[in-house]
Write a protein that binds this ligand. Sequence first.
Ligand code: SF4
Length: 482
Amino acid sequence: MSETLEYAPTDREQSFLSTVEDTRHERNIINSLAPFLDERAPEDMRGLYTSNELIQLRVLKGTERDVEKRMPVKITRHYFELAKSSAPIRRIVKADPEETQDLAGSEDPGFQMDYSPVEGMLHKYEMGLLYVVSTCSAHCRFCYREELIARKEITRQDGTVAKKGLAAIPEVTAYIGRFNAEVAANGGRHPVCGREKLREVLMSGGDPMVLNNSKIAAWLAALAEAGVESIRIGTKEMAFYPERFDEAFVSMLDRFHESYPEVGLHIVVHFEHPDEFLAKDADGQYVRNPTGFLQWVPATGAAMRRLVQRGWLSIENQSPIIKGINDDPDALRILQREFKRAGGENHYFFCGRDIVAYRSFNVPMERAWHILNESQKGLSGIENHARLSITHYKGKTEVNAVTNTPIPGLAGSENGVVIFKILRNAGNAADRGKVCIVGRNPEALWFDGYDDRVLYDEAGLYTYSRVKSARVTHAAPSPGCR
Ligand code: SF4
């Protein structure tokens, strides 16, 4: 039986938390397909689906191909307004009968649960990731966390079957404290795995920004008190409901920074397409101001400015490249250029993961590389920082290069090669920088598309075997070390 831990905030924590103000937000969310099917959605929003689409989706209800069994439908009024003039945005949130045509894929993409030392927390890299909530203001059809958001039961490595749980402050802070104490007692490296302090945490989910300010503040302060040096908030709220980044929220961040000035804070947003933040005219063209600059959607621009004005935090964007949404070099070029101009940093673009139904969403890996490469032609050095990453079970891996001509003397490279490079891997990142070279397969959506054409594998991507579960008690060696 698991013990229930108590958490007692410190005086500094309480003093910060007492300053936090919660505001009420009316996101005007439509939750699930039912309001569309039953015509209970506001009249002007019903047109999001054609009657033909609704007939097809209704037929699938309750069957194996029920789109909402895979991923529940959810959309905010703000996002609906953007969707009216944007096919890519509609594709992000609209359920499509096609998406359950082929349900191949993993219920636990990346075997994430192999790295979960306490419920709701992953500790694979030098940082920890927390599932602090299991929903977002709207839901992307291609979500990598569909098993969490749809509250699916998944099989864990020990054979038990359960829904993914959410992180809780007492358990997470106790784990961080234990792990870091073992590191400190051993001169700065963990005695078993050799890793350094767990110094960075990503608050994720779901979207932490659906929580109220008090809850977010409680997490920030508890993590800071646990010795975490850098905290990221991963969110798509800037696209779904930018009004959430209001004065009360940024003032909570200000108070946090005053209380814990040594702790780094990073907001990692998720814009897939420039249609999510650039204003459009009645003809669907981006609006330019009198001096020729592209104009942001007013609420999104205001949200971005509020964050950018806080010079002590960073705002980064990361996004997957998804079929029919942003597999478009021109759109990605505008996205990267405009996001940087507004003060953000372009972080990663991702190849789609092996989620359930991934064939509906994933762009072949080589094509994704080509799209990003094309999009970065004409961008300046400070605009083109983003790399293309694909999350191998072993760790974050860059699709580093795709060649078109054979490498002289290298059998299997007749059509060119793909070079993968490990960016981060579990534990102390021993394999960072190592590469794997495979012969090209333009159809490959996932690593297994290259199983029969590995030419050189210093990185060990094709000899990888799963770690033993990291779900161990603190009495056992090396929690989270693998
Ligand atoms: S915002 Fe992120 S977590 Fe939420 S549905 Fe979209 S991809 Fe999934």
